[in-house]
Design a protein around this ligand. Structure first.
Ligand SMILES: NC(=O)c1ccc[n+]([C@@H]2O[C@H](COP(=O)([O-])OP(=O)(O)OC[C@H]3O[C@@H](n4cnc5c(N)ncnc54)[C@H](O)[C@@H]3O)[C@@H](O)[C@H]2O)c1
Length: 467
């Protein structure tokens, strides 16, 4: 079947389908000899990488493609032209095309087994939860969801679904570098950890943060379904430049540098150090506005004591936008191999330093082995290659085998990590103040201003059962 431009527009304008339709349990197919039928939601940007990676598994069939940007779906289903004007054949001509994922879910309920969600962050929870409500397996990009409550609910509901396999898209966790770092943390090489220092070079030079809400409006491009892009988020007029990619600095849609990169950097420390929910968080930002996350910030998040933390708990010190920890004061050596300073070596794209009772562990984001330092000197260690796997294929294999707990970033774990990160991410809304997190109400006890982003009411007509 092909879908015309007119059908596509009609689908995108159609009245929202009843969520009764999408909350029924779908037929469970035996997976032994049949392919996993995957619906792909969000096909541009990382969505394209996710699509290629999942489709490269020999037991996957892509049955549906959905994007609010018609050009992404058309290129994949109907073909496109390259820069020289040469025809590029369609990669998935058999897949059905949609602008509205609700339409996809209601019309193809019996025709897909699993979804891969690669939309902007604000839509992750609604789409993933609606899919789980239908009994579908879900691979969802990081961060798992936008707000703390949504993250918590995805974790809780995933835990109640014995037949659903889930995975968050933090593919770096499956690399040999992070596996080795995870083992060092698990083995407690630096003893109980009192402080984690984490930094990223984002957002500077990557996407805008620290600005006021753009004024006025621009004409909505004919290829974009703007109302569907807004989805659960509050209505606002379209402006050029919001999408693709740049939406991540806007509080309504993204989670800023902290929520974005924190998933890649803090997943292993969070899991291996068995951290619970934050007790408090304080943000010292530069250029924080009510519309966008700050241009740069330092955030301190405190955690209660646990078996792997210091006796007084653990402090996470987060730096972004060009701010970095004072590396010299953290117990790194003055010099390094190759004549570089320690600072030059560790800065990179971002990383984590764990300060423990016996020494310091540098845990790079990727492409380097973790290192341990004691009294400012590197400890001689031979890194152990624990192998790597394909994060997307791990999920497909687990779906086919019905192994719910096989995925390393399953929602039960990822939801708790991302709940914690989203609490840190919104702290710039009430800067310079120690915000006390009350886990039972999922709110800050002393900040209604920042609490409103922890549990947000969806736009009228966009609520999903279980959220
Ligand atoms: N794991 C990684 O390494 C990695 C890297 C980049 C991005 N990401 C994550 O992937 C997600 C997408 O990021 P991106 O950089 O690709 O953004 P992007 O804006 O480039 O792409 C998002 C795509 O989703 C589409 N879209 C938007 N709203 C939609 C909706 N409601 N329904 C269907 N399609 C919709 C857009 O049109 C676009 O094609 C984000 O959550 C981001 O954090 C992960």
């Amino acid at each position: 079947m092909t879908i015309s431009r007119r059908d596509f527009v009609l689908a995108s304008l159609a009245a929202p389908v009843s969520f009764k339709a999408v909350t029924r349990l779908s037929r469970q197919r035996p997976m032994q000899n049949s392919k996993l039928r995957v619906a792909k939601i969000g096909c541009g940007g990382m969505g394209n990488d996710d699509l290629r990676a999942v489709a490269s598994h020999p037991m996957v069939e892509i049955v549906a493609l959905c994007d609010v940007d018609r050009r992404s779906v058309d290129a994949l289903r109907l073909g496109t032209k390259d820069k020289e004007g040469k025809a590029v054949p369609p990669k998935f001509p058999q897949a059905k095309g949609f602008a509205d994922w609700r339409e996809l879910f209601s019309t193809m309920e019996k025709d897909f087994d699993a979804v891969v969600v690669s939309t902007p962050d604000h839509m992750h929870a609604a789409i993933s939860m609606a899919a789980m409500n239908m009994g579908k397996h879900v691979y969802c990009q990081k961060p798992l969801a936008h707000g703390a409550w949504e993250n918590r609910r995805l974790a809780e509901v995933a835990a109640t679904k014995p037949n659903i396999v889930t995975q968050m898209g933090t593919q770096r966790i499956a690399t040999k570098w992070r596996r080795y770092g995870a083992k060092l943390m698990r083995d407690g090489v630096v003893g109980r950890v009192s402080d984690l220092y984490a930094w990223t070079n984002r957002p500077a030079g990557w996407w805008p943060q620290g600005g006021d809400r753009p004024q006025g409006s621009d004409p909505i491009p004919e290829w974009l379904s703007w109302d569907l892009f807004l989805g659960v988020s509050p209505e606002r007029p379209y402006k050029d430049g919001y999408t693709p990619f740049n939406w991540r600095g806007t509080i309504d849609w993204g989670t800023g540098a902290f929520g974005d990169m924190g998933c890649h950097m803090l997943d292993v420390p969070f899991y291996e150090l068995e951290l619970g929910m934050p007790r408090s968080v304080r943000c010292d930002p530069e250029k924080a506005t009510s519309d966008q996350y700050p241009e740069r910030e330092t955030v301190v998040v405190t955690y209660a004591a646990g078996p792997k933390t210091g006796a007084n708990g653990l402090k996470l010190h987060w730096f972004d936008g060009g701010r970095f920890p004072d590396f010299r004061s953290l117990g790194l050596p003055e010099g390094w191999e190759g004549g570089k300073t320690a600072e030059e070596v560790v800065k990179g794209d971002g990383g984590v330093i764990a300060v423990g009772e016996k020494g310091v562990l540098w845990f790079p984001i990727e492409h380097a082995w973790s290192r341990v330092f004691v009294d400012g000197k590197p400890v001689e260690m031979t890194p152990k290659d624990l192998g790597a796997s394909n994060h997307w294929h791990d999920w497909v294999d687990a779906c086919l085998a019905g192994k719910k707990d096989a995925c390393v970033s399953r929602f039960e774990k990822a939801g708790r990590l991302c709940e914690s990160l989203s609490i840190g991410a919104v702290s710039s809304l009430d800067p310079g103040k120690e915000l006390v997190f009350d886990a039972s109400s999922c709110a800050f006890a002393n900040s209604p201003t920042a609490s409103r982003m922890l549990r947000r009411t969806p736009r009228a007509g966009w609520s999903v059962a279980n959220l």
